[in-house]
Write a protein that binds this ligand. Structure first.
Ligand SMILES: C[S@@+](CC[C@H](N)C(=O)[O-])C[C@H]1O[C@@H](n2cnc3c(N)ncnc32)[C@H](O)[C@@H]1O
Length: 350
Protein backbone atom coordinates (compact mmCIF):
# COMPACT_ATOMS: atom_id res chain seq x y z
CA UNK A 1 0.00 0.00 0.00
CA UNK A 2 0.99 3.60 -0.45
CA UNK A 3 2.52 5.01 2.75
CA UNK A 4 2.69 8.55 4.17
CA UNK A 5 -1.07 8.56 4.74
CA UNK A 6 -1.85 7.75 1.08
CA UNK A 7 -3.86 4.64 1.96
CA UNK A 8 -5.73 6.41 4.77
CA UNK A 9 -6.70 9.20 2.38
CA UNK A 10 -7.79 7.04 -0.56
CA UNK A 11 -9.53 3.99 0.89
CA UNK A 12 -13.14 5.12 0.99
CA UNK A 13 -14.13 2.27 -1.34
CA UNK A 14 -12.71 -0.19 1.19
CA UNK A 15 -14.40 1.63 4.09
CA UNK A 16 -17.79 1.23 2.39
CA UNK A 17 -17.06 -2.37 1.45
CA UNK A 18 -16.11 -3.50 4.94
CA UNK A 19 -19.10 -1.99 6.73
CA UNK A 20 -21.41 -5.01 6.17
CA UNK A 21 -18.88 -7.12 8.11
CA UNK A 22 -18.88 -4.85 11.17
CA UNK A 23 -22.19 -6.22 12.56
CA UNK A 24 -20.65 -9.70 12.35
CA UNK A 25 -17.71 -8.49 14.44
CA UNK A 26 -20.06 -6.91 16.95
CA UNK A 27 -22.03 -10.14 17.24
CA UNK A 28 -18.81 -12.13 17.59
CA UNK A 29 -17.69 -9.80 20.40
CA UNK A 30 -20.90 -10.70 22.25
CA UNK A 31 -20.32 -14.43 21.82
CA UNK A 32 -16.60 -15.01 22.49
CA UNK A 33 -15.37 -16.43 25.77
CA UNK A 34 -13.52 -13.68 27.63
CA UNK A 35 -10.25 -14.40 29.41
CA UNK A 36 -10.41 -14.01 33.19
CA UNK A 37 -8.81 -10.89 34.66
CA UNK A 38 -6.03 -9.93 35.02
CA UNK A 39 -5.47 -11.38 31.54
CA UNK A 40 -6.24 -8.88 28.78
CA UNK A 41 -8.84 -9.37 26.10
CA UNK A 42 -6.89 -9.50 22.84
CA UNK A 43 -8.22 -8.16 19.54
CA UNK A 44 -6.05 -8.84 16.49
CA UNK A 45 -6.39 -6.78 13.29
CA UNK A 46 -4.70 -8.65 10.44
CA UNK A 47 -3.56 -6.37 7.58
CA UNK A 48 -4.30 -3.01 9.21
CA UNK A 49 -2.40 -0.76 6.75
CA UNK A 50 -2.40 2.80 8.15
CA UNK A 51 -5.28 2.09 10.51
CA UNK A 52 -8.05 4.45 9.57
CA UNK A 53 -10.37 1.75 8.28
CA UNK A 54 -9.79 -0.25 11.47
CA UNK A 55 -11.15 2.47 13.74
CA UNK A 56 -14.84 1.79 13.20
CA UNK A 57 -14.77 -2.01 13.49
CA UNK A 58 -12.45 -1.98 16.51
CA UNK A 59 -14.56 0.73 18.22
CA UNK A 60 -17.68 -1.38 17.72
CA UNK A 61 -15.92 -4.50 19.02
CA UNK A 62 -14.60 -2.69 22.10
CA UNK A 63 -18.02 -1.23 22.87
CA UNK A 64 -19.58 -4.72 22.78
CA UNK A 65 -16.76 -6.21 24.87
CA UNK A 66 -16.97 -3.42 27.46
CA UNK A 67 -20.67 -4.19 28.00
CA UNK A 68 -19.62 -7.66 29.09
CA UNK A 69 -16.24 -7.09 30.72
CA UNK A 70 -16.80 -3.73 32.40
CA UNK A 71 -14.49 -0.77 32.12
CA UNK A 72 -11.47 -2.16 33.97
CA UNK A 73 -10.28 -5.20 32.09
CA UNK A 74 -7.37 -4.41 29.78
CA UNK A 75 -7.98 -4.77 26.05
CA UNK A 76 -4.96 -5.22 23.79
CA UNK A 77 -5.38 -4.35 20.13
CA UNK A 78 -2.68 -5.92 17.96
CA UNK A 79 -2.54 -4.26 14.54
CA UNK A 80 -0.53 -6.47 12.21
CA UNK A 81 0.85 -5.84 8.74
CA UNK A 82 3.94 -6.45 6.61
CA UNK A 83 7.23 -4.99 7.89
CA UNK A 84 7.24 -2.14 5.32
CA UNK A 85 3.80 -0.91 6.33
CA UNK A 86 3.69 2.72 7.46
CA UNK A 87 3.19 2.02 11.18
CA UNK A 88 4.16 5.60 12.01
CA UNK A 89 0.99 6.84 10.32
CA UNK A 90 -0.97 4.09 12.07
CA UNK A 91 0.15 5.24 15.53
CA UNK A 92 -0.56 8.87 14.66
CA UNK A 93 -4.01 7.88 13.45
CA UNK A 94 -4.73 6.08 16.72
CA UNK A 95 -3.65 9.11 18.74
CA UNK A 96 -5.03 11.94 16.60
CA UNK A 97 -8.09 10.74 14.71
CA UNK A 98 -11.26 11.98 16.43
CA UNK A 99 -12.85 8.59 15.70
CA UNK A 100 -10.05 6.61 17.37
CA UNK A 101 -11.13 3.81 19.67
CA UNK A 102 -8.62 5.15 22.19
CA UNK A 103 -10.83 8.15 22.94
CA UNK A 104 -12.16 7.93 26.48
CA UNK A 105 -10.82 4.45 27.27
CA UNK A 106 -7.57 4.36 29.20
CA UNK A 107 -7.55 0.56 29.44
CA UNK A 108 -7.13 -0.10 25.73
CA UNK A 109 -3.54 -0.80 24.64
CA UNK A 110 -2.66 -0.82 20.93
CA UNK A 111 0.50 -2.44 19.60
CA UNK A 112 1.76 -3.54 16.21
CA UNK A 113 3.31 -6.62 14.67
CA UNK A 114 5.29 -6.19 11.45
CA UNK A 115 5.17 -9.73 10.08
CA UNK A 116 3.28 -11.63 7.41
CA UNK A 117 0.03 -13.22 8.47
CA UNK A 118 1.10 -16.30 6.49
CA UNK A 119 3.05 -17.22 9.65
CA UNK A 120 2.03 -17.55 13.26
CA UNK A 121 2.62 -14.02 14.56
CA UNK A 122 0.88 -14.01 17.93
CA UNK A 123 1.14 -16.49 20.81
CA UNK A 124 -0.92 -19.65 20.60
CA UNK A 125 -4.38 -19.47 22.20
CA UNK A 126 -3.99 -15.75 22.93
CA UNK A 127 -6.45 -14.00 20.59
CA UNK A 128 -10.01 -13.40 21.75
CA UNK A 129 -11.34 -11.77 18.60
CA UNK A 130 -9.73 -11.50 15.16
CA UNK A 131 -10.58 -9.08 12.36
CA UNK A 132 -9.18 -8.88 8.85
CA UNK A 133 -10.55 -6.66 6.11
CA UNK A 134 -9.41 -6.31 2.51
CA UNK A 135 -6.13 -8.12 3.24
CA UNK A 136 -6.18 -11.88 2.64
CA UNK A 137 -6.78 -11.39 -1.10
CA UNK A 138 -3.05 -10.53 -1.21
CA UNK A 139 -1.10 -13.69 -1.95
CA UNK A 140 2.13 -14.53 -0.15
CA UNK A 141 3.85 -14.28 -3.56
CA UNK A 142 3.03 -14.04 -7.25
CA UNK A 143 3.51 -17.64 -8.42
CA UNK A 144 4.05 -16.59 -12.06
CA UNK A 145 4.23 -13.60 -14.35
CA UNK A 146 0.95 -12.82 -16.12
CA UNK A 147 1.72 -12.62 -19.85
CA UNK A 148 -1.35 -10.67 -20.96
CA UNK A 149 -2.55 -8.72 -17.92
CA UNK A 150 -1.62 -7.31 -14.53
CA UNK A 151 -4.49 -9.06 -12.73
CA UNK A 152 -4.87 -12.80 -13.17
CA UNK A 153 -8.68 -12.67 -13.17
CA UNK A 154 -8.58 -11.17 -16.69
CA UNK A 155 -5.75 -13.28 -18.07
CA UNK A 156 -6.60 -15.70 -20.87
CA UNK A 157 -3.60 -17.88 -20.06
CA UNK A 158 -4.73 -21.18 -18.49
CA UNK A 159 -1.30 -22.03 -16.99
CA UNK A 160 -1.08 -18.69 -15.24
CA UNK A 161 -4.64 -18.96 -13.96
CA UNK A 162 -3.91 -22.44 -12.59
CA UNK A 163 -0.71 -21.28 -10.85
CA UNK A 164 -2.56 -18.42 -9.13
CA UNK A 165 -5.46 -20.69 -8.16
CA UNK A 166 -3.05 -23.15 -6.53
CA UNK A 167 -1.27 -20.35 -4.65
CA UNK A 168 -4.60 -18.90 -3.53
CA UNK A 169 -5.73 -22.28 -2.18
CA UNK A 170 -2.43 -22.86 -0.34
CA UNK A 171 -2.37 -19.34 1.14
CA UNK A 172 -5.96 -19.57 2.36
CA UNK A 173 -5.13 -22.79 4.22
CA UNK A 174 -1.97 -21.26 5.67
CA UNK A 175 -3.85 -18.16 6.84
CA UNK A 176 -6.51 -20.29 8.56
CA UNK A 177 -3.99 -22.66 10.16
CA UNK A 178 -2.17 -19.79 11.88
CA UNK A 179 -5.32 -18.00 12.96
CA UNK A 180 -6.57 -21.33 14.31
CA UNK A 181 -3.43 -21.52 16.48
CA UNK A 182 -3.63 -17.93 17.67
CA UNK A 183 -7.32 -17.86 18.65
CA UNK A 184 -8.27 -19.14 22.06
CA UNK A 185 -11.11 -21.61 22.48
CA UNK A 186 -14.47 -20.12 21.51
CA UNK A 187 -12.70 -17.08 20.02
CA UNK A 188 -13.93 -15.75 16.68
CA UNK A 189 -12.26 -14.51 13.51
CA UNK A 190 -14.19 -12.20 11.19
CA UNK A 191 -12.83 -11.86 7.64
CA UNK A 192 -13.85 -9.50 4.85
CA UNK A 193 -12.02 -10.05 1.60
CA UNK A 194 -12.28 -9.85 -2.17
CA UNK A 195 -14.27 -12.63 -3.81
CA UNK A 196 -15.69 -13.73 -7.13
CA UNK A 197 -19.46 -13.67 -7.43
CA UNK A 198 -21.60 -16.70 -8.27
CA UNK A 199 -21.01 -16.08 -11.98
CA UNK A 200 -17.24 -16.17 -11.35
CA UNK A 201 -16.85 -12.41 -11.89
CA UNK A 202 -13.93 -10.74 -10.09
CA UNK A 203 -15.26 -7.24 -10.79
CA UNK A 204 -13.24 -3.96 -11.09
CA UNK A 205 -13.30 -4.34 -14.89
CA UNK A 206 -13.41 -0.63 -15.86
CA UNK A 207 -10.71 0.21 -13.31
CA UNK A 208 -8.40 -2.61 -14.40
CA UNK A 209 -8.97 -1.88 -18.09
CA UNK A 210 -8.03 1.75 -17.47
CA UNK A 211 -4.93 0.67 -15.55
CA UNK A 212 -3.71 -1.85 -18.11
CA UNK A 213 -4.57 0.47 -21.02
CA UNK A 214 -2.56 3.30 -19.46
CA UNK A 215 0.40 0.99 -18.85
CA UNK A 216 0.36 -0.18 -22.48
CA UNK A 217 0.33 3.48 -23.54
CA UNK A 218 3.33 4.12 -21.30
CA UNK A 219 5.17 1.35 -23.19
CA UNK A 220 4.16 2.93 -26.53
CA UNK A 221 5.53 6.24 -25.26
CA UNK A 222 8.77 4.50 -24.19
CA UNK A 223 8.30 5.61 -20.60
CA UNK A 224 8.44 1.99 -19.41
CA UNK A 225 9.71 -1.02 -21.35
CA UNK A 226 7.65 -3.98 -22.51
CA UNK A 227 9.80 -6.12 -20.19
CA UNK A 228 8.86 -4.01 -17.21
CA UNK A 229 5.17 -4.24 -18.08
CA UNK A 230 5.40 -8.01 -18.53
CA UNK A 231 6.74 -8.30 -14.95
CA UNK A 232 4.02 -6.11 -13.44
CA UNK A 233 1.53 -8.15 -11.47
CA UNK A 234 -0.98 -7.36 -8.76
CA UNK A 235 -0.87 -10.59 -6.74
CA UNK A 236 -4.45 -10.46 -5.48
CA UNK A 237 -7.21 -12.99 -6.01
CA UNK A 238 -10.95 -13.17 -5.63
CA UNK A 239 -12.00 -16.48 -4.13
CA UNK A 240 -15.34 -18.18 -4.66
CA UNK A 241 -17.62 -19.49 -1.95
CA UNK A 242 -16.36 -23.01 -2.64
CA UNK A 243 -12.72 -21.82 -2.49
CA UNK A 244 -13.37 -20.43 0.99
CA UNK A 245 -15.09 -23.65 2.04
CA UNK A 246 -12.58 -26.05 0.45
CA UNK A 247 -10.37 -26.67 3.52
CA UNK A 248 -13.45 -27.35 5.65
CA UNK A 249 -15.08 -29.57 3.07
CA UNK A 250 -12.03 -31.58 2.03
CA UNK A 251 -9.96 -32.16 5.09
CA UNK A 252 -12.38 -33.36 7.70
CA UNK A 253 -15.76 -34.97 7.96
CA UNK A 254 -16.96 -32.78 10.80
CA UNK A 255 -16.46 -29.51 8.94
CA UNK A 256 -13.43 -28.49 11.01
CA UNK A 257 -10.17 -27.16 9.70
CA UNK A 258 -7.33 -25.99 11.93
CA UNK A 259 -9.72 -26.21 14.91
CA UNK A 260 -11.99 -23.68 13.22
CA UNK A 261 -15.56 -24.04 12.06
CA UNK A 262 -17.37 -21.71 9.67
CA UNK A 263 -20.20 -19.90 11.42
CA UNK A 264 -21.06 -17.62 8.55
CA UNK A 265 -20.04 -17.11 4.93
CA UNK A 266 -21.68 -14.78 2.48
CA UNK A 267 -20.52 -13.50 -0.91
CA UNK A 268 -22.13 -10.15 -1.68
CA UNK A 269 -21.69 -7.05 -3.84
CA UNK A 270 -19.93 -4.19 -2.08
CA UNK A 271 -21.31 -0.69 -2.49
CA UNK A 272 -19.66 1.26 -5.31
CA UNK A 273 -19.63 4.48 -3.33
CA UNK A 274 -17.88 6.43 -6.09
CA UNK A 275 -20.52 5.46 -8.64
CA UNK A 276 -23.29 6.43 -6.17
CA UNK A 277 -21.65 9.84 -5.73
CA UNK A 278 -21.35 10.27 -9.49
CA UNK A 279 -25.04 9.50 -9.90
CA UNK A 280 -25.86 12.21 -7.37
CA UNK A 281 -23.52 14.95 -8.56
CA UNK A 282 -22.70 14.02 -12.20
CA UNK A 283 -19.05 14.97 -11.60
CA UNK A 284 -17.19 12.67 -14.01
CA UNK A 285 -13.86 14.30 -13.22
CA UNK A 286 -14.22 13.52 -9.50
CA UNK A 287 -15.37 9.98 -10.36
CA UNK A 288 -12.28 9.29 -12.49
CA UNK A 289 -9.90 10.94 -10.02
CA UNK A 290 -11.20 8.99 -7.06
CA UNK A 291 -10.98 5.58 -8.72
CA UNK A 292 -7.48 6.50 -9.87
CA UNK A 293 -6.53 7.58 -6.33
CA UNK A 294 -7.95 4.31 -4.97
CA UNK A 295 -5.76 2.40 -7.44
CA UNK A 296 -2.71 4.48 -6.61
CA UNK A 297 -3.05 3.85 -2.88
CA UNK A 298 -3.77 0.12 -3.26
CA UNK A 299 -1.75 -1.11 -6.22
CA UNK A 300 0.78 1.35 -7.64
CA UNK A 301 3.60 0.59 -5.16
CA UNK A 302 3.32 -3.09 -6.15
CA UNK A 303 3.54 -2.19 -9.86
CA UNK A 304 6.39 0.30 -9.34
CA UNK A 305 8.40 -2.42 -7.59
CA UNK A 306 8.71 -4.09 -11.03
CA UNK A 307 10.39 -1.11 -12.69
CA UNK A 308 14.02 -1.94 -13.56
CA UNK A 309 15.21 0.01 -10.51
CA UNK A 310 12.42 -1.30 -8.24
CA UNK A 311 10.43 1.08 -6.04
CA UNK A 312 13.49 3.37 -5.87
CA UNK A 313 13.73 3.67 -9.67
CA UNK A 314 14.19 7.38 -10.57
CA UNK A 315 10.97 7.13 -12.64
CA UNK A 316 8.89 5.76 -9.74
CA UNK A 317 7.22 9.06 -8.77
CA UNK A 318 6.47 10.06 -12.35
CA UNK A 319 5.31 6.52 -13.09
CA UNK A 320 2.67 6.83 -10.36
CA UNK A 321 1.65 10.34 -11.45
CA UNK A 322 1.30 9.37 -15.13
CA UNK A 323 -0.58 6.19 -14.33
CA UNK A 324 -2.96 8.01 -12.02
CA UNK A 325 -3.58 10.80 -14.54
CA UNK A 326 -4.11 8.35 -17.42
CA UNK A 327 -6.54 6.25 -15.42
CA UNK A 328 -8.44 9.29 -14.16
CA UNK A 329 -8.91 10.61 -17.71
CA UNK A 330 -10.01 7.21 -19.08
CA UNK A 331 -12.49 6.62 -16.25
CA UNK A 332 -13.87 10.18 -16.39
CA UNK A 333 -14.50 9.83 -20.13
CA UNK A 334 -16.95 6.94 -19.67
CA UNK A 335 -18.08 6.54 -16.04
CA UNK A 336 -19.37 3.07 -15.30
CA UNK A 337 -20.47 1.17 -12.23
CA UNK A 338 -17.82 -1.18 -10.85
CA UNK A 339 -18.71 -4.61 -9.50
CA UNK A 340 -17.12 -5.19 -6.08
CA UNK A 341 -17.64 -8.84 -5.11
CA UNK A 342 -16.75 -9.40 -1.46
CA UNK A 343 -17.03 -12.16 1.09
CA UNK A 344 -17.75 -11.81 4.79
CA UNK A 345 -17.08 -14.73 7.09
CA UNK A 346 -17.03 -15.72 10.73
CA UNK A 347 -14.92 -18.59 12.07
CA UNK A 348 -15.10 -20.01 15.57
CA UNK A 349 -12.28 -21.86 17.31
CA UNK A 350 -13.55 -25.12 18.75
C1 LIG B 1 -6.06 -2.97 1.23
S1 LIG B 1 -5.17 -2.89 2.73
C2 LIG B 1 -6.45 -3.13 3.92
C3 LIG B 1 -6.34 -2.18 5.07
C4 LIG B 1 -7.54 -2.18 6.00
N1 LIG B 1 -7.63 -3.42 6.73
C5 LIG B 1 -8.82 -1.88 5.27
O1 LIG B 1 -9.77 -2.65 5.41
O2 LIG B 1 -8.90 -0.87 4.57
C6 LIG B 1 -4.38 -4.48 2.77
C7 LIG B 1 -3.30 -4.58 3.80
O3 LIG B 1 -2.95 -5.96 3.93
C8 LIG B 1 -1.57 -6.00 4.09
N2 LIG B 1 -1.05 -7.33 3.76
C9 LIG B 1 -0.95 -7.89 2.54
N3 LIG B 1 -0.35 -9.09 2.64
C10 LIG B 1 -0.06 -9.27 3.95
C11 LIG B 1 0.57 -10.30 4.68
N4 LIG B 1 1.03 -11.40 4.07
N5 LIG B 1 0.72 -10.15 6.02
C12 LIG B 1 0.24 -9.04 6.64
N6 LIG B 1 -0.37 -8.02 6.00
C13 LIG B 1 -0.51 -8.15 4.66
C14 LIG B 1 -1.05 -4.93 3.16
O4 LIG B 1 0.28 -4.57 3.48
C15 LIG B 1 -2.05 -3.84 3.39
O5 LIG B 1 -1.65 -2.94 4.37
Amino acid sequence: MEGHGGYNRSSRVQAAGLSPAVPLLEHAARMVTLPAEPHPIVIADYGSSEGRNSLEPITVAIRALRKRAGSNQAISVMHTDLPDNDFRVLFRTLVNDPNSYLAGDTKVFPATVGRSFYEQILPANSVTLGWSSWAVQWLSRAPAQIPDQIQVAYSEDPGTRAAFAAQAAADWRTFLIHRGSELHANGRLVVLTMAVDDAGDFGYRPVLDAMYGTLVKMVDENFISADELSRMTIPTVGRSRSDFMAPFAEVSEDGRFANLIVEELEVFQGEDRLWAEFQRDGDAHAFGSQWAAFSRASAFPTLAADLDGGGKDPRAAEFANRLEAGMAATLAAAPERTLIPLARMVFRKV
